[in-house]
Design a binder for this molecule. Sequence first.
Ligand code: SF4
Length: 353
Amino acid sequence: MARAPGRDQQGDISEFEVKGRPFGGAITLRESMAVRGCGQSVMEIALVTAEEAAMLFSKGYYVMYKSMEQILRQGKAAGCPFWEVVLLDDCKERNVTRGESFATLAGMYRAMKEADAAYDGGLFSASGLSGGDGQKLEKAVREGRMLCGGLIGTVMEKAVKMGESNACMKRIVAAPTAGACGVLPAVFLALEAERKFPEEKMVEALYVSVGIGGVIAGRAFIAGASGGCQAEIGSASAMAAGGAAYLMGGGGEEIVHAAAMAMKNLLGLACDPVAGLVEVPCVKRNVIGAVNALTSADMAMAGIKSKIPPDEVIDAMRSIGTAMPPCVRETGQGGLAATPTGVQIMQGLSEKM
Ligand code: SF4
């Protein structure tokens, strides 16, 4: 199916993933998160086979963690919190100092903030399918009309705004992909504003998210074309849930169980973008990813654990994604895209082009 040029895969790593990354490839900070629109590549090394991984490793590239369990173990052994294990891994992998690594991630966080601040409620995507909804939510929050209350209302507003900015080709941070770019900023920016966390703490939480995203990318996938929307919104939600748990004082156990519960709640989610554009249902799905992250973090902080261990949840996501038919893996041929209205929208857009 034809897709609007430049709309759908920017910031994603599907082109690598469709080649079939094996269980446990190299995961990098750059792979978990990337700023689109400022010249940074999503991934500088792409591993597609175990042999390539071994070859790159022999050339000095660092192969990151294969499991959450491994990060927890390493943290215990070294006496480091979860976020610091991920930071040290980045230092090793990119051969940078702690300060340089921290500055890179702080830059990502600031880029998220700038993208949020740059939202333009009067802007619509080229297709006309996206735009203006973030502004409506902002007004409803301001007027106290949200059933969900202030914090959740703000999270919803920010998630939609970022999704719309992506659809309008504005600068966003793909975390882990462009389609799911609203989840992390919505959770992080809303929590920072409400709880007044210093930037340093926010960046530490972002390392937590990066570590979770890295494990998911290596163990399963983070692109809708590979594993359905569970791989994009589900992964982003797990990343945000772990970060939120950390911000609320959680240690390694709370972090990984928050991530696991967030992922479990979105298992099986189809990737069915109408007309192949990352707009419908993508923009609004960022809302459920963000809100799910908060509720999962709350459950973990209340002492609730996922009965299925976090790494096994990721494995389940992989097996479900692999079993999904292609029509619900970003081909725009199934699910919502195949509804009479979805088809009508696609035909209308094709005639315009
Ligand atoms: S529906 Fe597909 S394209 Fe849209 S956010 Fe989900 S995975 Fe990405």
